[in-house]
Design a binder for this molecule. Sequence first.
Ligand code: NAD
Length: 295
Amino acid sequence: MTKIAFVGLGNMGGPMAANLVKAGHEVRGFDLSEASVKAAVAAGIKGAGALSEAVSDAECVITMLPKGQHVTAVWSDLTTLLPEGTLVIDCSTIDVESARKAHKLAEVMNCSALDAPVSGGTGGAAAGTLTFMVGGTEKAFAMGKPILEAMGRKIVHCGAPGAGQAAKICNNMILGISMIGVCEAFGLAEKLGLSHQALFDVASTSSGQCWSLTTYCPVPGPVPTSPANHDYKPGFAAALMLKDLSLSQEAARQTGAATPLGHHAAELYAEFEKAGHGGDDFSAIIHMLREKAGG
Ligand code: NAD
């Protein structure tokens, strides 16, 4: 049993913290939203009214927050609150630069730190089947792995500080591009008079195969569990896809990497969000692509 402070009890953090409780850890949670703290308390987490209260006595602190600025602000506050040797883990999806800044703050505290963003969405958070992509030293990884295992099925050590965030944004850039590619293929098939099922049966067992097709098929029918069969309710909201693509483009600019398709995918998801669809599943972009063809 580890005493854990969990900061950020939203759509992801709430169920993740609940799984830590189920695994026998003592979890104290803090969130700026009282409603989120209340929901967490109902799931067995001890509620805290302030960050300082949540982290007092904690052997490990986990943050699950919206953006880099929230993470660095909270980790800055932690520098005056944590004793040396505490393990601090950030599971949010944030830019690599902020992740590295957070690691530096942990160094100042003489604490071990991990960036450990997740894949698997709210369903994976609730089921405890997330994939964690982890950056940090071998020592910090060895400390954090058993804790992450209570919330996920696959824990991958990607390398040095920031490597977890790097893996996350590279993966999601592939996802955004591949979803648009699959949507375009279905749009072209429709114009050619080829049925959705026929394209699926061929491409899902051929070289066009990918997750966006076989698990998350953007047209209703071939994959009954995909959001297309449920009115395109997320799933993975288009606004979050835009966030991750924007992070990939920020990283590409900073490092000088060429990502022309990632750039265009970000532009298309920005257009989709601007049209009021940020809350739809990201596969719903097929509608916007069809409209571009005039039908
Ligand atoms: P969310 O908005 O539901 O939760 C974030 C929570 O952080 C909110 O409850 C908010 O009140 C709280 N918060 C903000 N600033 C705070 C502070 N200073 N102190 C304490 N609490 C604070 O977001 P979410 O969907 O849970 O996502 C969290 C992170 O996980 C994001 O970085 C997101 O990109 C990433 N992520 C989300 C999904 C998903 O499907 N929702 C999937 C993978 C990764």
